[in-house]
Design a protein around this ligand. Sequence first.
Ligand code: SF4
Length: 309
Amino acid sequence: MIPCDKCRDRAVIYQRYSGKHLCARHFEEDVHRKVKQVLRRYRIFGGPSKIAVAVSGGKDSISLLYILKSLFSYRKDLELVAVAIDEGIAGYRSDTIDAAKIVAERLEVDIEIRSFDETFGITTDYAASMGMEQGPCTFCGVLRKNLLNRTARELGADALATGHNLDDESQTVLLNYLRGDLDRLYRLRPRKALEGMVPRIKPLRRVLEREVALYAVTHDLPLGTAACPHISGAIRREVKDMLNDFEYKHPGTKYSIMSGFDRILESRPPGTFRTVPCIRCGEPCGDGLCQSCRLLEKIRAKSLRRRHG
Ligand code: SF4
C-alpha cells in the first residue's frame, strides 16, 4: 500500500506535477481547493445567485454538479439548476441524459431538459445525414451553445457553468495558437455580462481530466457510457495526444499553458464586443444573424433541394 503524504491512509492517486500521493479524502480536498480558486476569480458566488449547470451526463458535467452542490449546499441564497440538452443523437443522448437525471435527483437539484428537435425542428442525426461541409460537431456545438444560453436566461440564471476541464482548456488554447486564430483565443476570456448572454463559468478549468474521472469514480457517480457516433475532430485528437505526451515527460505542462495564457489575457485590455439580437431567433450575436440560424438555413435549403431535385 502506498500511503497518502498527508495522513498515511491508502493513496488513490499520485500527482506527478505536485509529487504528492493523496488518499480519497485529501484528493477531494485538493479538487475542491482548485475549484474554489477558479470561482473566486468569477466573483459571482459572493451574493444571492442562481447558477445553471450544463449537464451532458458525462464525467465532467456530472462531477461539476456534484462538486458545486458539495461546496455550496450550506448556502440558502445560492440555487443550482441542471440544464441538459438533447441534441437528437440516437443510441447516445438518452443514455447520458438518464445519468444526468439520476444525479440531479440524488442531489435534489431541478433539471431542465430541452431538445434540438422541439426547439429548432432539426436533430444532429439529421444534420449529419445531410453531409454538410461543416461536420455534425459544428452544428451540434453551435446549437447547443445557443440553447444552453437561451435556457439559462429563461430560467433567470446569473451564470452558466460548464464542465470544461484543464485538458479541454489547454487543448483549445494550443489549437488556437496552432491555427493562428487569435480571435477565438481571446474569446476564451471570461466576459462581462453582455445583453442577452448569460456569463459562462468553467469551474473545472484547473482540474486535469484524469482527476475529474477519478473524482467521479471515488464518489460513485453514475455516468453515461455510450459514445457519440458522430465524434470527429482529428486535429484536436492530435493536440490531445501531444499534450498528454508532454505532460507525461514534463509534469505540469497543462498548468503552464493555462497560467501563461491567463497572463497574456491580463496584459491585454478587454475588447469592446457588443451583441445585437439575431433577426430570426432573437438570441444575441455579433452581426444580426446568429451562427445557429445560418447553419439551420443551410440545412433547410439543402433539404429542400434534395426533396425537389
Ligand atoms: Fe455533438 Fe460532436 Fe459531441 Fe457528438 S461528438 S455530442 S456530434 S459535439
